[in-house]
Write a protein that binds this ligand. Structure first.
Ligand code: ADP
Length: 334
């Protein structure tokens, strides 16, 4: 089990990490999610031993490894650019760490074949690095990271440079690979969908602070505040005042589970249901195609903007009747 205990790190006036507490259980995949500059890479670098924290400690199974050199931690770190050696072939790259650790030629060869099989690249030992596709290079980098059987696998935006369809496929494969070898994984990304696909738990960072660490289901059900809610892509958010468990949005009064006073009401996509008998009427301003649905920008009768999902493309000016499902309504106070 990895424990990050009250980790802090500054670069001059920049606070990159502030009092971070985070645990990754054996066999668990935790995703560190946050926008650019939130401290994700710094957290990985401190945990991996490439950076020394100003305060706090890194523990593995309760033993303090904060000052242990990176190579002695038995942690594997895969960088976004893969950092493959261009002048070596696939086997030369994948077996690099094993040879450094003193493995015999036959041991290295056997393990290289094993991890290439794991990542779906059996028989690719002699392929040159510059002859690999983006997805293959990503798998070679993963195989190299997994080859020494690290007790913690860390990945920093491992799919960042690949196109969307490849990313969507590889993220599922990555999850399956981690499951097969029962890896303990820390996975850094700025992409909420990626984090939700791969992680057992997601840790949301903002300005070096850990805002919320929870399962994807719990984050979805109860984001800790406006920042997390916005980051999850919940675009329908309204400033309101809670009075006796209700908030008036100007075009609808909704139940809210917060004390009286100012709050932000978030209508998750599942809160808005097209229903011909619904009491709320919105007018379509425009729409975008989202593959399995359309996202319509609409205006309520009181002039509020509301995005709603529709199965067919609505035309501008069209009026749609909706109702609200209380299960998808969140009230946030911070
Ligand atoms: P992320 O990975 O979420 O994009 P980083 O951990 O790279 O965030 O950076 C967090 C903050 O620390 C940023 O403001 C960044 O500019 C700063 N930072 C990171 N590394 C250094 C460094 N070596 N020197 C100075 N500032 C740094």
């Amino acid at each position: 089990m990895l424990t990050a205990h009250r980790l802090s790190k500054r670069f001059g006036a920049t606070v990159a990490l502030s009092d971070i507490d985070l645990e990754v259980e054996a066999g668990e995949t935790v995703s560190v999610l946050g926008p650019s500059g939130s401290g994700k890479s710094t957290l990985l670098r401190v945990i991996s031993g490439l950076e020394v924290p100003d305060a706090g400690s890194v523990l593995w199974n309760h033993a303090d490894v904060t000052l242990l050199p990176a190579h002695a931690r038995q942690f594997g770190l895969m960088f976004q650019d893969y950092a493959l050696f261009p002048h070596r072939d696939v086997a030369g790259n994948v077996g690099f760490g094993l040879r450094m650790a003193g493995g015999s030629a036959s041991e290295v060869e056997h393990r290289v074949a094993e991890v290439l099989e794991l990542v779906g690249l059996s028989g690719m030992e002699r392929r040159r690095i510059n002859q690999l596709s983006g997805g293959e290079a990503q798998r070679v980098a993963l195989a190299r990271t997994l080859a020494p059987a690290p007790r913690l696998v860390m990945l920093d935006e491992p799919l960042g440079s690949l196109d969307r369809s490849l990313r969507e496929r590889l993220i599922v494969e990555l999850g399956e690979i981690f499951e097969r070898v029962d890896s303990t994984v820390l996975y850094v990304t700025h992409d909420q969908e990626e984090a939700f696909t791969i992680a057992d738990r997601v840790a949301v960072l903002r300005d070096g602070k850990l805002i919320q660490a929870a399962t994807p289901e719990d984050l979805w059900a109860a984001p800790a505040g406006v920042f997390v809610s916005d980051f999850l892509g919940f675009s329908n958010r309204f400033a309101a005042t809670a009075i006796d468990g209700q908030a008036d949005l100007g075009w609808a009064t909704v139940p809210v589970d917060v004390p009286d006073g100012p709050c932000q009401v978030v209508l998750r996509p599942d809160a808005l249901i097209a229903d011909e008998t619904g009491k709320i009427t919105v007018t379509v301003a425009g729409s975008v195609f989202r593959g399995d649905h359309y996202l319509a920008r609409t205006t309520t009768e009181s002039g509020s903007q509301l995005s709603i999902s529709t199965p067919t493309r609505p035309h501008p000016g069209q009026r749609i009747r909706i109702r609200l499902d209380p299960a998808g309504i969140l009230a946030l106070t911070e």
